[in-house]
Design a binder for this molecule. Structure first.
Ligand code: FAD
Ligand code: UDP
Length: 364
């Protein structure tokens, strides 16, 4: 009946569905949630687009991905510039001259900042082996202790010495006064929300919500020539090689009777004095809110437990090795193709997911 069954209406599934339908293929998309868009889902609360599964800022260096998403909706000029709070202090993120000049009171120029960083990073010799060593060698121990250690321990519930170095390399370190969190050429938030973006991508395509692939696997698979699966890879194989680990989050969202709560979309809390890592004030992602209220979300990292969402893959050596074994199994599946953050077990950003879906459809 269908050329393709796509399991998951997140960005990977929606991109594949859209491109395959454009090529004349008959596509069915299913999702076990009661809405489309996966983790980028936004819903309107008090006239404000609330990022239901955590703050999502679109940024990319891929021109084809940027042109593609802009073909569905317009993006605004949002530039992510989080601030970090620890105790009674406030710092600019990512690590740049604004941060350095506040950490060290004799820093005015890049040379002053480098003098401090070079002095502090002397304790690391050789190639950094873990997140702690990587962080100290990038910005020195003072910044590591204030802005990285506590946040990272809360986020991952692991010692920074037991985490891979690549996690902290996501963040830019700049010797200019520039608070833009990303280096990418293109950045913004879809006007009208991410749900509108995915709605447009799925226009004209049959979507069945509240439909769990595993409740009816044989029957659903028999409906199509090929299956594109975007859920957790270990779940597909019924955890036959063991369970992969994931990190989850709990979101506490409040509607406040005030116009402006924290003056910024993203405020990171980098110390252990509070358990949350970030507070998101959703209206500041947009520039046209006239709401007299505001919606804020406190983000609490959490161990993954049955029934929770699997937000972050944990790409340490142990889990990467197990994921590789699952990928081996996946490569032998004749009818099913695996893609997206959970099915590839990769710490993918949205643009990586779309790019990977482009490649997937190209191969098909
Ligand atoms: P998902 O969005 O997870 O979609 C998978 C879909 O499959 C889900 O809807 C799920 O319900 C469905 N599914 C799974 N199993 C089944 C099943 N058995 N049956 C039916 N349906 C099933 N990226 C950025 O670029 N910028 C950001 O600022 C950013 N912020 C983030 C913040 C947080 C808190 C998190 C967790 C991620 C963030 N990301 C960000 C990453 C971004 O969310 C992902 O790259 C992207 O959403 C992944 O899309 P996906 O389609 O692979 O997965
Ligand atoms: N990080 C930090 N302090 C911050 C923000 C981030 O130490 O104020 C570290 C932390 O280890 C985090 C990593 O940088 O896991 C990547 O941060 P990013 O904002 O990219 O995380 P994500 O948006 O994926 O949650």
């Amino acid at each position: 009946m269908y050329d393709y069954l796509i399991v998951g209406a997140g960005l990977f599934g929606a991109t594949c569905a859209n491109l395959l339908a454009k090529k004349g293929k008959k596509v069915l998309v299913i999702d076990r949630r009661n809405h489309i868009a996966g983790n980028v889902y936004t819903e309107k609360v008090e006239g404000i687009n609330v990022h239901k599964y955590g703050a999502h800022i679109f940024h990319t260096d891929y021109k084809d991905v940027w042109d593609y998403v802009n073909s569905f909706v317009e993006f605004n000029r949002y530039t992510n510039s989080p601030i970090a709070r620890i105790g009674n202090e406030v710092y600019n993120m990512p690590f740049n001259m604004n941060t350095f000049s506040k950490i060290w009171d004799d820093v005015f120029t890049p040379e002053d900042a480098m003098r401090h960083i070079n002095e502090e990073k002397k304790e690391i010799t050789g190639e950094p082996k873990n997140l702690e060593e990587q962080a100290i060698s990038l910005v020195g121990r003072s910044i590591y202790e204030k802005l990285i250690k506590g946040y990272t321990e809360k986020q991952w519930n692991r010692d920074c010495k037991d985490l891979p170095a690549f996690i902290i390399k996501r963040l830019p370190v700049r010797l200019i006064y520039d608070n833009n969190y990303f280096n990418d050429r293109y950045q913004g938030i879809p006007m009208g929300g991410y749900t509108l973006l995915v709605e447009k991508m799925l226009e004209g395509i049959e979507v069945r919500l509240n439909t769990n692939f595993f409740d009816n696997k044989e029957e659903l698979m028999s409906l199509a020539d090929k299956v594109i699966y975007t859920g957790p890879i270990d779940e597909y194989f019924d955890y036959s090689l063991g369970k992969l680990e994931y990190r989850s989050l709990k979101f506490d969202t409040k509607i406040l009777d005030q116009v402006n709560y924290q003056g910024n979309a993203v405020v990171n809390y980098t110390g252990h004095e509070v358990e949350y890592t970030r507070v998101i004030e959703h209206k500041h992602f947009e520039f046209d809110s006239t709401s007299p209220k505001t919606v804020v979300t406190f983000e609490y990292p959490s161990d993954y437990e049955e029934g929770m969402e699997k937000y972050y893959t944990i790409n340490d050596d142990k889990n990467n090795a197990l994921a590789e074994q699952y990928r081996e199994l996946a490569s032998k599946e004749e009818k099913t193709i695996f893609g997206g953050r959970l099915a590839e077990y990769k710490y993918y950003d949205m643009d990586d997911v779309i790019k990977s879906a482009f490649d997937c459809v190209e191969k098909l």
